[in-house]
Design a protein around this ligand. Structure first.
Ligand SMILES: NC(=O)c1ccc[n+]([C@@H]2O[C@H](COP(=O)([O-])OP(=O)(O)OC[C@H]3O[C@@H](n4cnc5c(N)ncnc54)[C@H](O)[C@@H]3O)[C@@H](O)[C@H]2O)c1
Length: 270
């Protein structure tokens, strides 16, 4: 158990990546605070973790609202006595380009990704410092934060910003013993999310349609296989654990080789 006696707060605990990371942290012994704007995503994730004997609570919170972020941080502290690990994972998707993106939608999407990570980092890091904890903060990026994807302007911009927020916060917090790193997922195999939805007692009607939507991504990554939330979960456990004690300010890419790929080369079928 690499995270025994630790407490992790994960934002955006849907059946997909946040839920997968929460499960991986819990499997290594961490108590998990599941935070989501949608009450059912916070509650179902926590309920499932408790059903497998992990310690967990679900909290409904909009990551863009500072009062709610403070309340969630306080509630986590009250429940488990502090926070050792923060995973800033909440995001919204809105595929619009620079010519079409309405200002209010740009502001909302960049706020969830950037303001959310900023506010939770600010308040959780303050608590970590107050309690003299050697904390670990992990920001979830995307391959779209490293590359210029057309028609996804606010997402690409915010994720690129979060990448350098990570380095800046890492430098600011290094003197307090807090490590700040990021983790880059790519297009994610939907199978695990569908399986998790079933475990959480949910019915997904368009499962085959969802699987098909990811097929074009699969054929373009060098490994010809897309990562799943558990792959990110294992990487998050590493970054959160003492195995990564000397690592801060890095981006760990769990992307099946997507970013390293030479642009004019097509990966062969195995
Ligand atoms: N799915 C992918 O293929 C993929 C690829 C690369 C990166 N990512 C990144 O991984 C992370 C998780 O993605 P996912 O696919 O699991 O998405 P998802 O939509 O399944 O989960 C995101 C969660 O964030 C929550 N959320 C949204 N706005 C919020 C707010 N204001 N306050 C609190 N919670 C809020 C949603 O309710 C949802 O539960 C995101 O940061 C995303 O950018 C995803």
């Amino acid at each position: 158990m690499r995270l025994a006696a630790k407490t992790a707060l994960v934002t955006g605990t849907s059946t997909n990546i946040g839920g997968g990371i929460a499960e991986s942290l819990a499997a290594e012994g961490a108590a998990v605070v599941c935070v989501d704007r949608r009450p059912e995503n916070a509650a179902d994730c926590a309920r499932y973790l408790k059903s497998i004997d992990a310690r967990a609570i679900g909290l409904t919170c909009d990551v863009t609202d500072e009062a709610q972020v403070i309340a969630a941080t306080n509630a986590a502290n009250q429940a488990f006595g502090g926070i050792d690990i923060l995973v800033n994972n909440a995001a919204i998707f809105n595929k619009k380009g620079v010519l079409d993106m309405p200002l209010d939608e740009w502001q909302r999407q960049t706020a969830v990704i950037l303001n959310g990570a900023f506010l939770f980092t600010k308040h959780v890091a303050r608590l970590m410092i107050e309690q003299h904890r050697n904390g670990a903060i992990i920001n979830i990026i995307s391959t779209a934060g490293h590359q210029g994807e057309p028609g996804n302007i606010a997402y690409c911009t915010a994720k690129g910003g979060l990448l350098n927020f990570t380095r800046s916060a890492a430098m600011e917090l290094v003197g307090h013993g807090i490590r700040v790193n990021s983790l880059t997922p790519t297009a994610t195999d939907p199978s695990e999310s569908l399986e998790r939805a079933a475990r959480w007692g949910r019915t997904v009607r368009n499962a085959e349609e969802i699987r098909q939507a990811f097929e074009p991504f699969r054929t373009r990554v060098p490994m010809r296989r897309l990562p799943g939330p558990r792959d990110y979960g294992r990487a998050a456990v590493f970054l959160a654990s003492d195995d990564a004690a000397m690592i801060t300010g890095i981006d760990l890419r769990v992307d099946a080789g997507a970013i390293a790929r030479y642009w004019a080369w097509d990966p062969p079928e195995k």
